[in-house]
Ligand binder design. Structure first.
Ligand code: UTP
Length: 389
């Protein structure tokens, strides 16, 4: 990216981000609850759901998209997050863990499929990387023989990069000629896939639904035939796995309806009253926290691929070179990065099924170096779920 291109983008993004902030503030509070498919309701229909989802997987209708373009700055690991070894007495990489989870679901789908087994040839995986980690990610997969999934069933594509600016809107530079850039958030994955020719490739393989998930939940249950079957059987065009919020204060985005579309509101967008509102059964009205595990139809994604999604401002510590040629590594946030977020995608969908799952079965995030949502907390959750480390 040249300095001129970056400067132009910064201007565009700034305008879009401030316009979005204003609109969001005006619309604040105009939300309605969205009824989830609870675990109890799902279990009552589990047989039909698993059959439906498995049949679709057998036909090759499901593809996976693994979002792994983030910088993982909070974790501070020197390499793509998926290449981190989280084993204790053996090697178990985050990517490997996800592929193990995937294989387990293919076995379940095979048990319930009509005629044949559901193997990797039927469920391709697309991995989104960024310029910063693409080469390392590809090399890692090659080195580990694609964890037995078959090179021909694993695709890679890179996401877009975005420039950054200081609080006055001045472009930040990495060196004399290179603008400081970073991945532009996890929301632009479909246009990036399209640009790489992958959407056409998937369609040729018969894919109609995409299960999209992040790299940092090591318990992510992906390619889950019950989830796919539930969304399709309930006549929905989109689905999102969700966990019940621990308390009104928990910092997680929750599912709701806004302007007659499904939406995810961030915890800081909810009023205190909304966050604490309860249903007659005592459950939180806005209590379904999202865990970055979605199902989308490709036809809907094609329809909206040209839309300008909201741009969010993220205040970050951005290393930069000043006009005197001195390089700075700030200890405090010094400017804005611009990000497009997958949580905004739901607002373009007609409907969405909030699909309740249990935290201990499906949610073990690896975000931080220590404490909550760290490697250690994820290890404990994995072990509790029966994974040998
Ligand atoms: P996060 O925002 O939690 O991860 O993204 P991050 O950006 O890697 O971490 P920090 O904030 O710097 O510590 C959730 C998921 O979205 C992906 C991440 O790889 C992760 O799977 N993501 C995030 C992208 O693919 N691209 C991005 O630009 C940002």
């Amino acid at each position: 990216m040249t300095r001129e291109e970056a400067q132009k983008l910064v201007e565009e993004y700034k305008k879009a981000a401030f316009a979005y902030k204003k609109k969001a503030a005006e619309e604040e509070g105009q939300i309605r609850p969205l009824t989830p498919l609870t675990i109890e309701a799902r279990e009552a229909k589990e047989d039909a759901y698993v059959k439906k989802g498995s049949a679709l997987m057998e036909q090759g209708a499901l593809g996976l998209v693994l979002l792994a373009g983030g910088m993982g700055t909070r974790l501070g690991f020197d390499g793509p997050k998926g290449t981190l070894n989280i084993g204790r007495t053996r090697e178990l990489y985050i990517f490997e863990c996800l592929f193990n989870n995937l294989q387990r679901q293919l076995e379940i789908a095979s048990e319930h499929a009509d005629q044949s087994t559901v193997d990797p040839t039927k469920v391709p995986v697309c991995i989104m990387t960024s310029d910063k980690n693409d080469a390392a990610t590809r090399a890692f997969f090659k080195e580990h023989s694609y964890f037995g999934y078959g090179e021909e069933n694993v695709y890679f594509f890179t996401q877009e990069m975005a420039p950054a600016c200081d609080y006055e809107g001045n472009l930040l530079m990495e060196d004399e000629v290179t603008p400081a850039t970073s991945p532009n958030g996890n929301g632009g994955w479909y246009p990036s896939m399209k640009k790489a020719g992958l959407t056409e490739e998937l369609k040729k393989r018969g894919v109609k639904w995409l299960n999209v998930f992040g790299v940092d939940n090591v318990l992510a249950k992906i390619a889950d035939p019950v989830f796919l079957g539930a969304v399709v059987s309930e006549g929905k065009t989109c689905g999102s796995k969700a966990v019940v919020k621990r308390s009104p204060e928990e910092k997680v985005g929750v599912m709701c309806m806004r302007d007659n579309h499904p939406a995810i509101v961030e915890y800081y967008e909810l009023s205190r009253e909304q966050a604490a509102q309860r249903n007659s059964d005592g459950g939180l009205t806005y209590g379904m926290g999202v865990i970055l595990n979605y199902l989308f139809r490709m036809e809907d994604l094609d329809r909206i691929a040209g839309e300008n999604m909201p741009v969010h401002l993220a205040e970050k510590k951005i290393p930069y070179m000043d006009a005197q040629g001195v390089f700075h590594k700030p200890q405090e946030p010094n400017g804005y990065k611009f990000e497009i977020l997958i949580t905004d995608l739901l607002s373009y969908m007609e409907d969405c099924l909030p699909y309740e799952v249990l935290r201990q079965e499906e949610f073990a995030p690896v975000k931080n170096k220590e404490g909550a949502d760290s490697v250690e907390s994820a290890r404990e959750l994995l072990e509790a779920a029966g994974v040998q480390l």
